[in-house]
Design a protein around this ligand. Structure first.
Ligand code: NAI
Length: 686
């Protein structure tokens, strides 16, 4: 049951602060207001900049989410300018947007919601428009109109489906005027409008209306098991993880055919009940449960027909075929409805349902993939209730297309920040807790990447990831444990990365240790350790990257971090230098092998990185100095003095070189080496 969250004694005066508070309360429970959907308004009398009093409509701005909206998320419009519109018979979307742009009270606020006139035309001070699950349980039922009568009697105005815009706003205003006892409006296949004299009254009306709908639906449930009962059982967690490690890259590869996508996996109980249901395949193809879902979920999901437990290869085959069949059908759907000048969108599904396994959603970022999943969870809830009490119905194909390709909906999407060099890309960085690893993560995150930081120092990797998420946004970075010398550990790190983002595009092989010893004092153990981490470790990480890139079918990008010691002799560092040389040559070999499959492998060779590197603050610094018969401070000074710029080499300088190889700026280069030596060729220094 939906709860009334209004705090006792809370300020109830009209105005922006309380409007923002009310909006956040509505957004807090996704059963009331789904992500990005719904809008709220308040009509107030205010003194304008000239000191004159005027009637202002504050309404949610386009592109924000009620759950997180602040006072700056609303637009202010002069009611006196809007009022004459009620006398018009019709108005195009373009004219409406253009007209409303002239009504604003303050520049630099967001463009007002595309449903502004719904609010403006209603003669109530406070208005809420939401898409609650229980209301859609009535509005998306075939017999919704009859059910609305039964649940609300004369209190509800029923509006048959038309696309939002001027005509819907006018229709609602006229219907409410001609039904004086009306307390709410039910929009067929769309949502709810409620109002009040004060902000609190408006909120209470919204919540009471939803509670009433919930109680009515509960009474009506036919007693059937949801979705026709389970057709299959959910696979055990470990079996699913193994399966997902194989199938997510396949899905990601297919979904990225037009533009790279990030994936999100959901196995919540409500999702599992749906994907396992006997009637679910058919129900999932009826259509969207709310127009607001469409641009993020598409009209229908891909439902993969598969019997859990059957051959894994069979599932992969069905996914591949299903993704292509979906894309072909989507292209045909666009063709059937496309108007001149309309560009077709990405044809691949945003929601993929797999019996026994769960739901996979796609998006241009982890966040947007999660948004799609959260909207589809609402669709599942609505489908569940509609089919329990009546029969689920949705927008027709034509109505769906009109919303999906509605220029005003597309405008909302265009408000997102522009894409960057590493947007939609996922990078794994080994040695991610260290100086160069973390600087590289921040360099890539700063240009839109998602990053997995993997390190022997698991706590350090998690801490670094947390720092990155605070700086660049939740969900952008994941910190995990990895020992590059262990085959199982490498497999585990790739599994973690795949389960989180669906796959990888970039692998920065950077983990390292330092060891400085004259050859006669180098133990076999030390020699072996260098070989294990710097040669074998780089082989294991690269082999897994090749296998993943091949499964994804997208090509890939590997950047090795070697050292100047890989090319020139470093005194008293034979184990380290020889292992780094093996690493460097491995990169060249892999470049040769990967070329045909679109996998590039390049190497960055840093000289001494004095700042931020754990290596440089370890005994390595002292040992290197003693190898040359000088003090550690003298060695630092030596490095500073010899650079032409008279500056240190920072981890950020290495990150810049790595970012170059990881980006499309170096798209035509593989098997190459970039030294970062402070401007003095590494080969000429001791
Ligand atoms: P760092 O010590 O700050 O970072 C290296 C990271 O690798 C550490 O967090 C460590 O826990 C991790 N690591 C060690 N063994 C591992 C294993 N078996 N599995 C997974 N992770 C492991 O050092 P820095 O400077 O960031 O080094 C990064 C890379 O740059 C290394 O490959 C190093 O050889 C190379 N390099 C560094 C130079 C410098 O002056 N700092 C100069 C030339 C090359």
């Amino acid at each position: 049951m939906i709860e009334n969250l209004w705090e006792d004694g809370r300020d109830d005066s009209a105005g922006l602060a309380v409007l923002a508070y009310r909006s956040r309360l509505l957004g807090k429970d996704r059963r009331v207001s789904n992500w990005g959907g719904g809008n709220t308004s308040s009509k107030v009398r205010l003194q304008n900049f000239k000191g004159d009093w005027e009637h202002v409509l504050y309404v949610k701005g386009s592109g924000s989410d009620l759950a997180t909206i602040s006072e700056r998320g609303f637009a202010g419009l002069r009611m006196d300018d809007i009022a004459p519109l009620l006398n018009r018979d019709e108005m195009s979307d373009e004219d409406m947007v253009e007209y409303l742009a002239h009504c604003v009270t303050e520049p630099n606020l967001p463009r007002s919601s595309i449903e502004t006139l719904l609010h403006a035309f209603l003669p109530f001070p406070e208005v809420d428009h939401t898409h609650p699950d229980a209301i859609l349980g009535i509005c998306c039922s075939v017999n919704g109109k009859v059910m609305a009568e039964e649940a609300f009697g004369g209190e509800a105005v029923w509006i048959p489906y038309i696309r939002p815009g001027f005509s819907l706003a006018k229709m609602v205003a006229e219907a409410v005027r001609s039904q004086p006892d009306a307390r709410l409006v039910l929009l067929e296949k769309h949502g709810l409008i409620t109002w009040g004299e004060t902000p609190a009254e408006c909120y209470h009306n919204t919540i009471e209306t939803i509670q009433k709908a919930e109680a009515y639906l509960e009474e009506r449930v036919k007693g059937d098991v949801p979705f026709g009962g389970s057709m299959v059982q959910t696979l055990p967690g470990t079996v699913r993880d193994g399966l997902l490690t194989e199938i997510l890259p396949v899905i990601r590869g297919s979904a990225s055919a037009q533009q790279p996508m990030i994936l999100h996996y959901d196995d919540s109980p409500a999702v599992m009940e749906f994907v396992n249901g006997r009637a679910s395949r058919e129900l999932s193809q009826v259509g969207a449960a709310c127009p607001d879902h469409l641009v993020h979920t598409k009209r229908v999901p891909l439902f993969v027909e598969w019997t859990p437990g059957a051959d894994r290869e069979e599932l992969i085959k069905r996914i591949r075929e299903g993704m292509e069949a979906y894309a072909n059908e989507y292209r045909a759907y666009v063709k059937r409805h496309q108007k001149p000048g309309e560009a077709a969108g990405d044809p691949y599904p945003r929601i993929i349902l797999i019996p026994g396994v769960g739901m996979v959603s796609t998006g241009k970022s982890k966040y947007m993939a999660e948004v799609s999943a959260s909207l589809y969870q609402r669709a599942i809830a609505v489908t569940r209730v509609c089919s329990a009490v009546d029969q689920f119905t949705s927008l027709s194909e034509e109505e769906s297309y009109a919303i999906e390709y509605w220029p005003l909906e597309l405008y909302k999407l265009s408000l997102a920040p522009p894409e960057q060099a590493f947007s939609r890309r996922v990078a794994l960085i080994t040695g991610g807790a260290g100086g160069i690893g973390k600087a590289t993560a921040k360099r890539l995150l700063g240009e839109g990447a998602h990053v997995v930081l993997a390190d022997l120092n698991a706590a350090g990797a998690k801490e670094a990831a947390q720092e990155c998420n605070t700086e660049y946004g939740e969900g952008r970075c994941l910190g995990i444990a990895l020992d590059v010398t262990e085959e199982d550990s490498v497999a585990g790190a790739y599994r973690d990365a795949i389960l989180q983002y669906g796959g990888l595009d970039i692998v920065v092989s950077n983990a390292g240790i330092a060891s400085s010893q004259s050859v006669e004092n180098t133990s076999l153990q030390e020699w072996q350790k260098n070989i294990d981490v710097l040669a074998t470790g780089y082989f294991l990480v690269s082999r897994a990257a090749f296998q993943l890139f091949q499964r994804q079918g997208t090509g890939g990008n590997i950047v090795f971090v070697a050292s100047k010691n890989a090319m020139v002799a470093g005194k008293n560092a034979s184990a380290y230098s020889a292992a780094k040389a093996a690493e460097l040559h491995l990169a060249r070999c892999l470049a040769e092998e990967g070329g045909g499959g679109g996998i590039r492998v390049n190497t960055v060779c840093p000289d001494a990185v004095l700042q931020g590197s754990a290596i440089w603050s370890s005994s390595w610094r002292e040992e290197r100095a003693s190898a040359y018969g000088i003090t550690a401070d003298e060695l630092d000074e030596h490095y500073r003095q010899r650079t032409t710029l008279k500056v240190n080499i920072f981890p950020e300088d290495i990150a810049e070189a790595i970012a170059y190889f990881a980006s499309s700026r170096s798209a035509k280069t593989t098997g190459c080496i970039l030294t970062v030596d402070g401007g003095v060729a590494a080969a000429y220094t001791r």
